[in-house]
Ligand binder design. Structure first.
Ligand code: AKB
Length: 338
């Protein structure tokens, strides 16, 4: 008899770190995690961890022979900056890895006679604003606007959203007896900021890096101009959004891909916020023109009206609360000498 479980890929990453704890608090009995890396000990206690490669088909086959997977949180990805250095590897992990899992979810849905729920974190990187004038003219983009990503990661995210929709709605559309297919749902996240993990390989990383360096008492040179503006969200809200979207009945959803956001601010304003809580922080701005180009192509804000209307999305942590109640206390504690 197979055990029923929730699968989290990329579980050792930033979202996975918080998601495992929240799912475990919700009393989810069997959380199965998959990552190339081991989990930190406190999360390893909460799940059954498989250290392995998403691209390993034999491993996935073994996984479904042991577990009946009802829900998948597919978090594994190479982020935007890293993906530009190894675009083909990024394509392999971000697209082929997703395809493997969509296939697995599809087969499982058919086998169970009930759709497997497939949650996919997408990103502001799916957008591509052609220049700063346009970015200023469209400060809160809708899901269907400016879908012209300029990075491999952004292309991967946008295409995987489409693949997810394809597998949910059109897979085997010509078959006489069309089988039950999966239920794909995606969130386009802004830059995420966690108090418990330091990001790596992303291009929105300058925000969280300012905070983590300040708390460590180290100087930090942000790789963007002071006027650079993108949206951000505190990690607990990202996890809440994923769990809320997972819980909502399919009939309430008018789309499969939703924008969600919390607050937008410039890099200078981010720095001022950090300085307010860490007056000793030494923050300077030394733009890296190439990474700057990527952030400039991302929108300054997202319009998340559809998520608010369809499933009651609302961030709990605005800018002030993110810093004063979540980020600053937890990051300060993290770097306190033992
Ligand atoms: C990145 O910077 O690549 C990610 C993202 C915005 O999706 N944090």
């Amino acid at each position: 008899m197979r055990k029923r479980g929730i699968l989290i890929t990329g579980a050792a990453g930033e979202i996975g770190d918080s998601l495992i704890r929240s799912l475990s608090d919700q009393g989810e009995t069997q959380i199965v995690t998959l990552d190339l890396r081991p989990l930190p000990p406190e999360n390893a206690k909460l799940s059954t961890h498989i250290q392995g490669d998403l691209m390993d088909q034999a491993l996935l086959a073994r996984l479904v022979s042991e577990y009946e997977i009802a829900t998948i949180y597919h978090l594994a990805a190479l982020l935007s900056t890293r993906a530009e250095f190894s675009p083909e590897m990024a394509h392999q992990v971000n697209v082929e890895g997703t395809l493997h899992l969509l296939r697995l979810a599809s087969e499982q849905s058919q086998w169970r006679g009930e759709p497997v729920l497939f949650l996919f974190p997408s990103s502001i990187a799916a957008y591509g604003m052609p220049n700063l004038e346009t970015k200023a003219q469209y400060p809160r983009v809708r899901e269907w606007e400016w879908n012209y990503p300029t990075t491999m990661y952004g292309c991967n995210k946008l295409y995987c959203e489409m693949l997810g929709i394809y597998y949910s709605q059109y897979f085997r559309q010509l078959a006489a007896d069309r089988p039950v297919t999966l239920d794909f749902r995606a969130l386009r996240f802004p830059g995420l900021i966690s108090a418990f993990t330091v990001p790596s390989g992303g291009t929105s990383d300058y925000g969280p890096e300012m905070l983590h360096y300040a708390a460590k008492g180290e100087a930090y040179a942000a790789f963007v101009r002071e006027d650079t503006c993108i949206p951000f969200m505190a990690m607990p809200d990202a996890v809440t959004a994923l769990l809320k979207l997972a819980a909502v009945p399919a009939r309430a959803l008018s789309r499969r891909v939703y924008n969600v956001t919390s607050f937008s601010l410039t890099a200078a304003e981010f720095g001022e916020m950090v300085q307010r809580f860490f007056p000793q922080a030494q923050i300077t701005f030394k733009p890296d023109l190439k990474r700057q180009g990527i952030v400039d192509s991302w929108p300054a804000g997202l319009n998340d009206n559809d998520a608010r209307r369809d499933w009651g999305w609302k961030p709990t942590y605005d800018l002030e609360r993110s810093f004063s109640e979540y980020l600053v206390p937890n990051i300060s504690q993290r770097y306190q000498p033992a």
